[in-house]
Ligand binder design. Sequence first.
Ligand code: NAD
Length: 349
Amino acid sequence: MRVVVTGGAGFIGSAVVRRLIQTDHDVLNIDKLTYAGRVETLNDVATSPRYRFAQIDITDRAAVADAFASFDPELVLHLAAESHVDRSIENSSVFITTNIVGTHVMLECALRHWSALASRRQSGFRFVHVSTDEVYGTLGVEGFFSEDSAFAPNSPYAASKAAADHLARAWYQTYGLPVIATNCSNNYGPWQHPEKLLPTILRNAVSELPIPIYGTGDNVRDWLFVEDHVDGLLLAASAGRPGERYNFGGDGERSNLQIARAICGILDEICPRTGGQSHLDAITFVADRPGHDFRYAVDASKAKRELGWVSAHDFESGLTRTIQWYLSNPIWFARSDNELGRRGLIGEP
Ligand code: NAD
């Protein structure tokens, strides 16, 4: 298939692009290369004749329309977004522009393209809108988000993604564009931007710096290994029903403090601190994020039942693989240290 991937130089998007190229699809990666986009995430596939890259801002309608016209996609996987909650609290403007206006542009360009296709190609075309469980708001100690949970976003990031989800739904309901929406829990794995929680803990631990944890560290997220998420997105594209929403979660609920302790435990074995202390001693509690959602947990039974999706990695195996990758690629941290140090950012996705 000819697949347009937006945000393909980001954490999840690059995993999608690598998988598509490795499974013999043609890919056009549309990515603005913001601070979060890194072309080295695609080193393994960049020279493939099946891979094309267009440095385009998804809010640039003329450029996106040209890309559709010249590439003639059969599938769009829309991942480009501003993705970091802390940044959205600092300055929401670019979240509104990219996540809402950019999604509108993508839907409009896809609609023009799809409307002009012959009916056989029209029926096979899909637009997969990739979103987050954060649109559903926050949970108490019990319960799970389902696809029918009401939207109640609490951060500017979550609100901008929820708005984009509404647009995606409306373009299906109003125009019949075959849109499939996916909402997944926190991803982890190789190539994640070092500002996010797992890389932050790892980077600070191996650098023997304080490991910052928000508030009391009790906030709970459901962790999904990025390759399992890629499986889900590709299944949604091939077997999902247009107009439907699918949740993906890893059955891997952990509090932030549990995550930090798990990483410290593994590092104590394979990368001990100088001086004989445990990495656990570096855990430091810092002022909580404003409006910090307490818990996210996803009921992924619809994706399992209808798409045959399984999350193949339990948290322990995924975490070990992730830690090994970061320890083997210290340059990934080094490149971001100056910028992150200047901004003083820490955080979760
Ligand atoms: P990321 O921040 O790592 O990557 C985002 C990518 O989008 C970057 O390559 C960036 O250059 C590109 N981009 C940003 N603005 C753009 C614009 N205006 N035009 C073109 N490209 C632009 O994000 P991620 O963690 O890979 O997340 C990908 C998608 O998955 C997002 O839509 C996010 O909301 C969603 N999601 C992420 C998680 C998670 O845990 N990371 C969880 C649920 C949903």
